[in-house]
Design a protein around this ligand. Sequence first.
Ligand code: PEP
Length: 251
Amino acid sequence: MRPKYVVGNWKLNGSLPGNESLLRAILKEVSPQPGRHLAVCVPAPYLAQVRGLLEGTPVAWGGQDVSRFEKGAYTGDVSGAMLREFGATFAIVGHSERRTLFGDTDEAVAQKYAAARKAGLVPIFCVGETLAEREKGVTESVLARQLDAVLEVSGAAALDGGLVAYEPVWAIGTGRTATSAQAQEAHAFLRGRVAKKDAGVASRLPILYGGSVKGSNAAELFAMPDVDGGLIGGASLVAEDFLAIWRAAVA
Ligand code: PEP
C-alpha cells in the first residue's frame, strides 16, 4: 500500500501571528500515523518560523517553488540547498500558478525537479490541464507532455522519492472539484505512463489530487485507488478545514 499525503500550499498568504495560531491549532490534533504524512508548503520568509514551530512534530514543511540554479546571479530565486538549510522536506514544482503567471515552461519545471532532487528535497511535481484543454479533449496529451518533460531530464528513477500532484487548472481555487472518477482517470493515466518506463517506480509513486479539496469531498477522492492524498490550497489556511481533510486521509 502506498502512503497517503496531505500537503498544504499556503500560496502568498500568512503572517507571523497568523501562522503561529494556525500551526498551533493543527498540532493540537495531529499525531503520528503510520503511512500518513502531513505537511505545509510556506512562503520562504516563514521557513525559519515554521521550522521553530514544527521541528519534532508529525507535520513537515516545504517551499512552494525552487530555483533551477544552485547559486549565483538569479535575483529572487531560492535554491534547494537553502530550503534544506531550513529543514524543508518538500518543494512544489510546476504549480499552475507558476506556469501561467510566472512563465515556467515544461523545460524549466523539469530543471527545477532535477534541482530539488539534487538538493535532497522531495519535489511535489504538479501537472494539470486547463478547462479549454479538457473541453477540447486533450487532457491526456497535456498531462503526457508535462510528465514527459521531467522523465526526459531526470529519468523515471528520479520519480522514486518524488510526488506527483494532478491539479486540473479549472479546479484550483474555483470551488469546482474534479469528480472522483475524473481524478481517478487522470491519475491512472499518469501512473500508466510512468509504468511504460518503469513499472516498479509507477507502482510506488504517490499521486496527489489538488483542486478545491475540502473536508466534504476529501474522503471520496482519497478512496480512489490511484489517489494518494491531496495538495490543498485554500482549505490549508483554516485549521479546522485542513484537519477535516487530514481526518479523511487517516480514516
Ligand atoms: C493549490 O493551490 O494547489 C490548490 C489545489 O488550491 P485550492 O485547494 O485552493 O484549489
